[in-house]
Design a protein around this ligand. Structure first.
Ligand SMILES: Nc1ncnc2c1ncn2[C@@H]1O[C@H](COP(=O)(O)OP(=O)(O)OP(=O)(O)O)[C@@H](O)[C@H]1O
Length: 612
């Protein structure tokens, strides 16, 4: 009961956000419209009572006047209903669109509301979000307000009928109400149980797996591998198996709920037999007039509105369950401060920052071994630092902590003395798996600092500095060319071109005032020579910026002011390229091995990648 109240409250919260005054107007009009049938029933009774005398005494008699008045009321109720319907339908459609927007906003706010990314990697929350997206996609919720309005209107009609029946016998409306209540409870349970089951399954691995497999089958991302590796049968077979496994649970649940609903319908039938039976008996005894019988029979039929009102109620119950889930998720995720406001416009770089990592320890959820343990690092303003180490030693993890995307288990990250979550505008970062936004070139470069998306000269310089000077000329719509096929004038980019765009984005962040530039191997699919050239150019361009380069290819970063080697969750070597080579330790061994390999490759290909 408490949970159900919470869901309805959540639905009203979202409705209030969608448009408070429109919601109130639509609600009031729905109640008025719902009470019109009560007026109609009473007016019909009046008409039936007046007609015999009016026929006998003529229309210009007092009885005739009464009949004409009653007729006017019947007609008036019909006309008022039609007018109210016309007035509300526009309001409802506007509010409906806004409600759907409010719902999508709430989901987006929930997912964007966490300062770090750890909650989104929590499998339970990731599953919940996936399930919500699926329900949103399927139900769309574009008619939630129309359905809710219909339910409110029906309830008002039912209450009117209930009040009329009180004047027949005090117990009669209660008996009918119990019958309808039984049906409502069972059908609501059927619906909600279905949605809950669907949601819990949707949030569970099996259903999510089936959706993923369906995506693999129909989307283009895996089309090449599915064909080359001959995976088509496996994908369709596994999809069918996953889908059926999860759906069977829903079907079993629905069958049991269906049986209970049949029981409730039997209770309702008995309630009607009792009330209509007594009504008939009273009429036969002559204790009720014809007009009263007409009024009470209509009222009995109208109590139907106290019961299950069909599709609108079905849809509203589903919408309430989803609203409850959304508001709950929002509350849980958005309790923390926002993911970060848009960056403010700053007049050029605001100076390099000092970075301090103190005794940093971090273990991924579900992992026994810490990825970082007791790591200390201090980077003075303006220094260029390379972080190197074998695959999987925790270089990217360190960068994510530095950006405040995870909270350390112990220790602290300080950027100019502050936590990175306090002011991310000081950081420009491009990760290895940087985002290829299906948006215009302008945003792809300008997202480094949103306030600069209109400054084409700044964007052009950033793109040129990132090595993409010629890219703009090939764009049919210039900065407004969407970087994806399938859009008017859209263009897809090669892997190398995408990297240049991503690097330009990082440079835009610097132009917008970031004092720390981090490149976490966005150049991994360049060859060593190209990566080295690019890193060198960046070091040149960002002389006044604190720079962190991440790579496991040592040759690419040897011109950095300082190099640190990570292993076993901490920094094991720290110095310049020459110092670390002279040290003869881990860096020296790794460098020697890589240099040998490149020399061998170069000899084999006639290329010149040997650089040691
Ligand atoms: N989101 C995550 N959840 C759990 N474990 C993770 C997650 N991300 C990374 N790891 C694990 O943490 C360890 C460090 O990963 P990280 O990506 O930081 O290494 P890296 O040094 O950047 O590697 P590479 O050079 O291959 O990019 C790896 O063992 C990896 O499997």
């Amino acid at each position: 009961m408490k949970r159900r109240m919470g869901r309805w409250r959540a639905l009203l919260v979202l409705l209030w956000r969608a448009g408070r005054w429109q919601a109130v107007v639509v609600g009031v009009l729905a109640i008025v419209q719902g009470l019109l049938p009560t007026g109609l029933i009473l007016a019909t009774g009046e008409l039936v009572a007046a007609v015999p005398d009016a026929v006998r005494q003529g229309l210009d008699s007092a009885a005739g006047d009464r009949a004409l008045w009653a007729l006017g009321l019947v007609g008036g109720a019909f006309v008022a209903g039609a007018i109210l319907q016309a007035i509300t339908s526009y309001q409802v459609s506007v509010l409906d669109n806004r409600y759907a927007e409010a719902l999508h906003d709430a989901v987006a706010r929930a997912t964007l509301g966490t300062p770090g990314i750890a909650p989104l990697e929590d499998p339970r929350i990731a599953n919940e979000i996936a399930a919500l997206e699926e329900v949103e996609r399927v139900d769309n919720f574009l008619e939630t307000v129309a359905n809710l309005r219909q339910v409110v209107q029906e309830r008002a009609t039912g209450i009117g009928a209930f009040l009329i029946l009180l004047s027949f016998a005090w117990w009669a409306p209660f008996v009918l109400y119990i019958g309808w209540r039984a049906v409502i409870v069972m059908v609501t349970r059927l619906v909600e149980h279905g949605v809950e089951l669907g949601f819990s399954l949707g949030a569970a691995g099996e259903m999510r797996r089936s959706r993923y497999l369906r995506g693999l089958a129909v989307e283009s991302a895996a089309a090449k591998e599915i064909r080359v590796f001959g995976l088509a049968d496996w994908v369709t077979g596994s999809y069918a198996h996953s889908w059926l496994t999860s759906m069977r649970r829903i079907w079993r649940g629905r069958f049991n709920d269906g049986l209970r609903t049949i029981g409730a319908v039997a209770v309702l039938a008995v309630a009607h037999v009792v009330v209509l039976g007594v009504l008939g008996w009273e009429a036969a005894r002559g204790t009720l007039s014809v007009a009263q019988v007409v009024v009470f029979v209509q009222a009995v039929l109208a109590t139907e509105s106290l019961g299950w009102v069909g599709d609108p109620q079905w849809a509203t119950s589903r919408a309430a369950v989803v609203a409850g889930q959304v508001v709950d998720l929002e509350r849980r995720l958005a309790a923390a401060p926002s993911a970060g406001p848009a960056r403010a416009a700053v007049d050029g770089p605001s100076g390099p920052v000092a970075v301090r990592l103190e005794n940093l320890s971090f273990t991924y959820r579900g992992r026994a071994q810490p990825t970082l343990s007791g790591l200390d690092l201090e980077i003075p303003p303006g220094q260029s630092l390379a972080i190197v180490g074998e695959n999987g030693v925790g270089k990217t993890t360190l960068i994510k902590l530095l950006c405040g995307l995870y909270d350390p288990d112990a220790g602290a990250v300080r950027i100019d003395g502050a936590s990175p979550q306090q002011d991310r505008s000081r950081i420009g970062v491009i990760f290895q798996e940087f985002v290829r936004y299906e948006l215009p070139l302008r945003e792809n470069v300008g997202f480094g600092n949103l306030s600069l998306t209109g400054e084409e000269e700044v964007l052009r310089r950033a793109l040129a500095d990132a090595g993409g000077a010629d890219l703009l000329a090939t764009m049919p719509l210039g900065w407004d060319t969407v970087l994806a096929r399938g859009y008017e004038g859209g263009r897809d980019l090669s892997g190398g071109q995408w990297q240049k765009v991503a690097l330009a984005r990082a440079l835009t962040a610097i132009r917008g005032g970031a004092g720390l530039l981090i490149l976490d191997e966005p150049t991994a699919n360049l060859d060593v020579r190209a990566e080295t050239e690019l890193f060198d150019r960046f070091l040149e361009l960002t002389r006044d910026t604190t720079t962190i380069l991440v790579s496991h290819r040592l040759a690419s970063v040897r011109h950095a002011d300082r190099i640190v080697v990570i292993d076993d969750g901490r920094i094991v070597e720290d110095g310049t390229h020459d110092e670390l080579r002279a040290l003869g330790g881990r860096y020296d061994r790794m460098f020697g091995l890589q240099a040998q390999r490149f020399a061998a490759e170069a000899a084999g290909t006639g290329g010149g990648e040997a650089d040691a």
